[in-house]
Every structure is written in C-alpha cells, then in structure tokens.
Design a protein around this ligand. Sequence first.
Ligand SMILES: C[S@@+](CC[C@H](N)C(=O)[O-])C[C@H]1O[C@@H](n2cnc3c(N)ncnc32)[C@H](O)[C@@H]1O
Length: 487
Amino acid sequence: MLSKKRRRAESPAIHPRNRYSEKPPDFGLLASLYPSFRPFVFSSSRSGRPTIEWTDSNATRELTRVLLLHDHGVHWWIPDGQLCPTVPNRSNYIHWIEDLLSSKLIPARNDSDGKVRGFDIGTGANCIYPLLGASLLGWSFVGSDVTDVALEWARKNVESNPHLSELIEIRNANDALCSDDKKPTSEKFDSEVTIDPTAAAEEAESLDPNPTEGDFCEPPILVGVVKDGENFDFCMCNPPFFESIEEAGLNPKTACGGTAEEMVCPGGERAFITHIIEDSVSLKHSFRWFTSMVGRKANLKFLVSKLHEVGASIVKTTEFVQGRTARWGLAWSFLPPSKKFIAANIPTKNHLSFMLEGLQRQFGAFQILKSVESFFQAIGAFCKSDFSSFCVNIMISNRHTGVILKDCSDNVGGSVASLTSNGSNNLQCPLNELSFRVSVFEQIPGTLLVKGLMLHKESPLSGVFSSLFWQLEEALKKEFLNKSHAR
Ligand SMILES: C[S@@+](CC[C@H](N)C(=O)[O-])C[C@H]1O[C@@H](n2cnc3c(N)ncnc32)[C@H](O)[C@@H]1O
C-alpha cells in the first residue's frame, strides 16, 4: 500500500497537455504586458520571484483575467465575490475529458460530424469550462445555471468573445421547473453573499429553508434542462461542494471567493451528484460520458457504489491534485464499452489457472473450495458446489455486474485514479450471463492448483471471466498465504 505522501508525490499535479505543465505562468512577464495586473505583483520574500497575494481576491481575479486573455485570447470578468477559477486547475478537468473522449472506451456519437458537444452543469458567472473548452479545443457547450447573477455574467462573458459565442449557449435550469409558481424566488437565488465566517450563521439559515413538500421545487439539473432529441458527448460539473456555509468556510491561503449559492446546496455534493446520477439513468442515451468533480473521497466511494447500483457500464475516476487541495474526477457511461477495447485490454481465454503454494497443512482443497464459494456468493453469484469432485459451478446474472467488478470502488483512493492511455484498470463490462467452473486440485502437500473453465466456450464475456478469476486469485492468496506466512 502506497503511503498518502508517496501517492500524492506520484500523482500528476497537472495534466501533461495542460499548457502550464512545463512552464507555470510568468507573473513578471504578465505584469510588464498588462498594466492593470502590475499593482498586484511583487517579489516573493522567500524565492525572490514575482508573485501575487493569494488571499487578495482582486489579485486572483486579475490573474485569471490576464491568463485567459494572454494564453487563450478570451475576454473575461466576474463581479466581486463570485467564485474565481484558477485557469491551470480548471484546464486539468477539460484535458481529462479530452482523454475520456479519445480513449474510444465507448463508441462516438453517430450525429456528431466529429464535433464535440458538452454540457456544463452550473457554469457559474465565470463560465470557465465552456470558455476553456471552446477556446482550447473548439468544443461547443450548453452551460446551465440557476442564479440570475451567474446567468447574466456567463452570458456577458460569452458575448465578450464573439469568436466563441456561436459555440456556447447559456441555459437557465429553472426554466425546466415543474411549474412557474414553484420556481425559487429571486431573494433565494439573487442574493450575492460572499462566504465570510462572520456572515455564515445568518446565511446558512437563509439557505437551508427545509422546505415542506410542495412548497419548493428543487431546481432540475439535467432532466428537463436537456431538450428532447439533444445529444452530448459529455457533461461536466463543479458542484456546490458544501452542505452549509460553515462547512464551506474560507480557505485562508487563497481568495477564490464564491457566493453561498455557488458553494452550498442542501445535502452538499453528495446530494447534488446523486441527483446527476439519477438524471443520468433517464438520459443514458443522450450522453456518452457523464462526469463530475468530487471534493471528498468518502463521497467518491459512495457515488461509485451508487453507479454500480444503477447499472453504469463504465466507471472511471481520477485524482486532480491542485496545490494543497485534492479533488477527484468521476466519469461514467451507460453505453456498452467497445468490444475492441475489451478484447485489447483483457486477455480472452476460456480456461485459466493459478497455483497456491506454501499453504499451511490445515488448508486443503476443501477449505479453498469453501472460500471460492463464499467469494462468488458474496458478489451475488449462484454457486453449486460438488465437494466430491472438488469443483464449484458458478452462474452470474447481469444484475450483479456492478457488484462483481467493484474493484473500482475499492481502488478509488489511489492507484486507479488516472485515466491512462489504455485506461483498463477500472473498467466494468455489461454482462449477459456468465457460467464457469472452478476446480481445486491438490498437487503436493501445501500446493494447490486452482482452475477456472468457462462453460460457454464462445462467450463474449471471456474478458470478464479473466478479470474475475484474477480477483479470485488475489483474494485467495490474501486469505491463505498471508495466514500461512503470519504463523
Ligand atoms: C461551485 S459553482 C461552479 C461554477 C463554475 N463551473 C466553476 O467551476 O467555477 C456551482 C454552480 O452550480 C450552480 N447550480 C446550483 N444548482 C444548480 C442546478 N440545479 N443547475 C445548474 N446549476 C446549478 C450554482 O449557481 C453555481 O454557479
């Protein structure tokens, strides 16, 4: 198990295609080119290099403005107090989606002409993802939001960039609300309150109205906002992470700001992303990939399990290390993974075997067989054991696919995080029905041979069989060989 520190050190802090990966922004150069940025730049007392005061919201906003202008040709502004995005960090998410789309894990849309279309849930006043995606990669976007200030400024930011305006549509998610009289009042959504510990208690009260049923209709996220017949390559979301203003607090080391409406929602990110997952089930054919940022690892685990429950065919995760903050990316799809991918990444054999060597004498074929049975029963498989011939027949229905390949949810914390070029480590495949036999043979005392045989020779699920068999091998070795060595 890698230590947290080592894992962090090994995680790429910045995506290799991020334009700042080799060369961070040169504040000295930017100050010399942009007079409005100059007053915010000074020499760091530690390194002597030009820097800015990260706790000054005017400085961080001006930095974002000049980076978008200088490196992306984008004209941009946000009013005081609104969440100020850091350009290098936000670019990482865009490049991860680019990886997902180009990985060919799932087939391209038929109607796309090769053009990529995305949906940014909660685009904010800053409209950062559509502006970056359109300027860097020529993608088109629908950016949704629910607050008047976000919608107004997102539109302004699009209009200030006529070269991108054709590519970006800003959509009010409230327009899809069940009925007009249930739309949130402008007091709830217009107030622009900077997160400030002193104002926190009052603000939390006004944000957590505990609506009684029928009084208030939670704004829709995707269902109703996505129009009939619309198709997208992906959706993305930097959700309101927190459940309360107190939880949001203020990072004393930076000044990214953020109003209550941007940072907080009832139930926090877990509830918000769960809502996206529920919507994704209804819109499974309208998006190739659904994605979201996740702020807490515990929530990531919960959400990955939720995705297994609802039958996602692929779940991917990545870790974004942003300065001192870790964030995770979660992506899923309901489309069948391309056969080519499964074939290319998982050896397809219908018989497999492994040895268990160095077992203690008390562990014979019988105990191993019992463990094989428990291993598969625990993941919902039907098992029929024949202890006289030391084999167990296993049948797995497609209903249990997600649980079976829960490898991903167990690994989300570390090594499986990033999508590599072949991206195979946490793939889940849809199953039809899988039948195979596991037999155990005693070789010499302390050594057993475990064999697996697919019962339908031509099954397209041999990749899944291999993956399960590897998991079984690991589980048995962990259970029996560790015990042997420990004694
Ligand atoms: C953390 S901010 C993200 C803003 C921007 N995307 C960014 O990364 O800086 C979350 C945004 O989600 C918006 N939001 C909240 N509920 C929403 C909903 N149901 N549909 C669309 N946007 C929503 C908030 O108004 C806010 O602008």
